[in-house]
Design a protein around this ligand. Structure first.
Ligand code: AKB
Length: 316
């Protein structure tokens, strides 16, 4: 049975990952940590400690005292926030990652951290983006993600640390809202569809990006953690995706459930520039081949589930 320490446990992925890991490995075997205190939610219903990931000493002590054998490092600033404050992004994203890798090396922990489609840039092939290709991102977030992928490979090659990671697309969930990402519109649109019957998109019509529903993302993390290392040719980080759509296509999917729903556009130049620098659709075939990655949700199936769950959450 694994003993897992999770950083950034109150973030968009972390808050649902905690529930998933506790159901797979047992409540007491998953230590949730975050810089904030959980008032409610999954993190509060089991072991929890305050942790600022730039504090390496505390990270080491918490992992050691818990008897962790696995580190899941989720704490990071997303793309739009990182573009607003590049120095903070560098310090938090790279400083936190280095600390998490070093603690994992010292305690010999299995290691997982997510990369992103943000690790690609304008010179990367836009469609069918291969696993191994040009990575010259033009955002601070992308620079952090590429450096992170390389660092994880470095720790694997130099120290034999069992590092594993995926390049996540935009993740859509009905539990915790993302904050400061470029793909966040694809979450906001569902809330606004129920609350106001309309949505103004900051991403322009025709801008394709990869996306995935959170249950598929969580299953992908567990499947990669459990994958036979002998079968992994790659490690950091696997392309994974479930769908690629642009704003009018997600709007059309919502319209099938809420016929009066309307979308309008007021493009935010900063987030649009980030989106334009990312691929339209990445190729996940290496993840499928090496560890059996699969996704259960397409756009319409996700829309039905999102609206059903949000109706309950928002009392609609
Ligand atoms: C973001 O938009 O910054 C993230 C990501 C794709 O990494 N959702």
């Amino acid at each position: 049975m694994k003993k897992i320490i999770v950083t950034g446990a109150l973030g968009q992925i972390g808050s649902e990952l905690i529930t998933k890991l506790r159901s797979e490995y047992g409540v007491d075997n998953v230590l949730a940590t975050d810089i904030r205190h959980p008032n409610t939610g999954a993190a509060a219903r089991g072991p929890f400690e305050i942790l600022d990931v730039t504090d390496a000493k505390k990270m080491h002590t918490l992992a050691n005292d818990f008897g962790a054998d696995t580190m899941m490092h989720m704490a990071a600033l997303l793309s739009a926030k990182a573009e607003e404050n590049p120095m903070l992004a560098w310090n938090l994203n790279m400083g936190g990652l280095m600390n998490a890798l070093e603690v994992s090396r010292e305690l010999n922990l299995q290691f997982f951290t997510p990369s992103s489609i943000g690790a690609f840039g304008p010179s990367t092939p836009k469609k069918g983006t291969p696993q191994d290709t040009l990575q010259r991102p033009t955002t601070m977030y992308g620079v952090n993600k590429v450096a992170g992928e390389l660092l994880c490979d470095y720790y694997f090659n130099k120290y034999g640390l069992d590092t594993r990671g995926v390049r996540f697309p935009g993740l859509i969930s009905n539990v915790a809202k993302p904050g400061g990402g470029t793909t966040d519109y694809a979450v906001d649109i569902y809330y606004k569809a129920l609350e106001e019957g309309k949505y103004t998109s900051y991403i322009a019509e025709g801008t394709y990006m990869d996306m995935m529903y959170m249950p598929d993302a969580l299953q992908a993390i567990v499947d990669l953690l459990e994958a036979d290392p002998a079968k992994l040719v790659h490690r950091n980080a696997f392309n994974v995706t479930a769908m690629s759509f642009e704003p009018s296509e997600i709007a059309a999917s919502i319209k099938k459930q809420i016929p009066d729903f309307e979308i309008a556009y007021e493009v935010d130049p900063i987030r649009q520039a980030i989106a334009d620098s990312w691929p339209d659709a990445i190729d996940p075939s290496t993840a499928i081949k090496e560890w059996g990655f699969k996704a259960a949700y397409n756009l319409d199936k996700m829309t039905i589930d999102m609206l059903e769950k949000l109706k309950i959450k928002l009392n609609k």
